[in-house]
Design a protein around this ligand. Sequence first.
Ligand code: F6P
Length: 343
Amino acid sequence: MIDTPHGSRTIKRTHWKAWQMKRIAVLTSGGDAPGMNAAIRAVVRTGLEAGMDVSGVRDGYAGLLEGDIGYLSRRDVGGILQKGGTFLGSARCEAFRTVEGREKALANLERHGIEALVVIGGNGSQAGARDLWQMGFPVVGVASTIDNDLAGSEVTIGVDTAINVALEAIDRLRVTAASHRRAFMVETMGRECGYVALMAGMAGGAEVVVIPEREIPPEVVAQRLREAYDRGKSHALVVVAEGARNNAAELLSYFAAHQPSTGFALRATILGHVQRGGAPTASDRLLATRLGEGAVSALLRGEQGVLVGLRDDRVVMTPYDEVVGVKKEIDLDLFELARIMAL
Ligand code: F6P
């Protein structure tokens, strides 16, 4: 048994390696998120500062299976802070979901003398990291996804940029909507989580926000648009998350079938991957830098099997069993606030 900030716990024998750790690797996995580069840079520079060798893995778990691993220097991560995407590459890797795949990855890590791995990514990526940790390999995760649906961190790397990209689109659409007395429907990313839609919708003054956590039937959306028109609005905006049952495609087909007299003509814009590609905002760069440093510090303290995230503006570690498979709830008071603001 050892003492950790989370109390006493049994650490597998191999996990003791962390105390004399000399060589770590970092990878980015799953959907890319603006700020991932800043997180890699922070892992590399803080790791080197602590006297470690730091390697990068290309293309996430796929590169781990291929053994595509190489040393990174301070200069290798120069000039990437302000760039979106991930210079290491990322992938969604089916083979890593199998035990055979993970064993191959472990063999490659051993062959390269890697003693611990930092995984920068979202839910699926952290589930893979947890599986590797359960097989006895020291792993620390860094919370990064534009969906902001990762338990263990109030905010994840990339979501601020994604919201700002969506907001810029909403603001532009509002201008043309007002000129033509139109309603615009903007669909944001968010497979299972409406966070980006809710925040961008509220910041953009949307008349209606539709998210998976609070479905709004098409007839209610139509009614809200009609009411907005009756209140004298010259335009209306509906912001909908892609993961909502009543997403843009569903709402459009309802409106086409029912031709409701909302007072507005309705157009849809699906933002898609545009939200993932932007240069990271200052907020995402700073968050990524803090979480990247947090991951190296955690390894130096001997902590593993944890996700590094932010709570109450503090970098915190949350054990994987409190993160993987745990649903992060959205603050529905904000959903109600968005509705009131639209009146
Ligand atoms: O998880 C992040 C995310 O951008 C989701 O919002 C979106 O549904 C998904 O990834 C898209 O994945 P892909 O880039 O593999 O199509």
